[in-house]
Design a protein around this ligand. Structure first.
Ligand SMILES: Nc1ncnc2c1ncn2[C@@H]1O[C@H](COP(=O)(O)OP(=O)(O)O)[C@@H](O)[C@H]1O
Ligand SMILES: [Mg+2]
Length: 181
């Protein structure tokens, strides 16, 4: 299964992607996690990405797409993957379609986690990651509305909408009920 998870920051994409990865035996690929790993390892990609992440801005698509392209070329991703945090802009969605076409593949599903803004802000403040301060959160939500939300129209009827309010177990139940259809 080749799956993309969309939704605002704090919607619970990473949590659910982890569980889906276990259930379906396919890798959870999170661009945010890949950037954070690069930051801890002190790579030049990490140094570049950190500037944008600290401000709640998108890392430039060129470097992001290159990173995803090499990750998807790894053997564990040949039979499927769960993409979390990518694509985050329509040009990234175009790039993803191209990468998949190069492998003779296409997406099986795009799942959108729908959750009210108040809830995501609460969740992020509770999580307290480095980029989870109130000011950066505000900017990330703004960037989400402007650059990422248009992906819902981009994928149109292909999107499966999930109510992402509720407990982790409740949301997981809703996701697999849709995917197992
Ligand atoms: N596809 C992407 N394109 C550009 N920047 C990205 C992308 N994915 C992650 N980032 C950067 O990493 C930050 C954190 O992303 P992420 O961990 O996915 O946040 P969340 O889990 O709250 O949605 C983003 O605010 C952005 O700076
Ligand atoms: Mg996440």
């Amino acid at each position: 299964m080749r799956l993309v998870i969309l939704g605002p920051p704090g919607a619970g994409k990473g949590t659910q992607a982890e569980r889906l990865s276990e259930k379906y035996g396919i890798p959870h690929i999170s661009t945010g996690d890949l950037f954070r790993a690069n930051i801890s390892e002190g790579t030049s990609l990490g140094v570049e990405a950190k500037r944008y992440m600290d401000a709640g801005e998108l890392v430039p698509s060129k470097v992001t797409v290159d990173m995803v392209r090499s990750r998807l070329a790894e053997p564990d991703a040949t039979n499927g993957f769960i993409l979390d945090g990518f694509p985050r802009a329509t040009e990234q969605a175009d790039a993803l379609a191209e990468i998949l076409a190069e492998h003779g593949q296409k997406l099986d599903a795009v799942v959108s986690f729908d959750v009210p803004e108040d809830t995501v802000v609460e969740r992020m403040l509770a999580r307290g990651r480095a980029d989870d301060t109130e000011e950066v959160i505000r900017n990330r939500l703004h960037v989400y509305e402007n650059q990422t939300a248009p992906l819902l129209a981009y994928y149109g009827d292909f999107v499966t909408h999930i109510d992402a309010a509720g407990t982790v177990d409740e949301v997981f139940g809703r996701v697999i009920a849709q995917l197992d259809k």
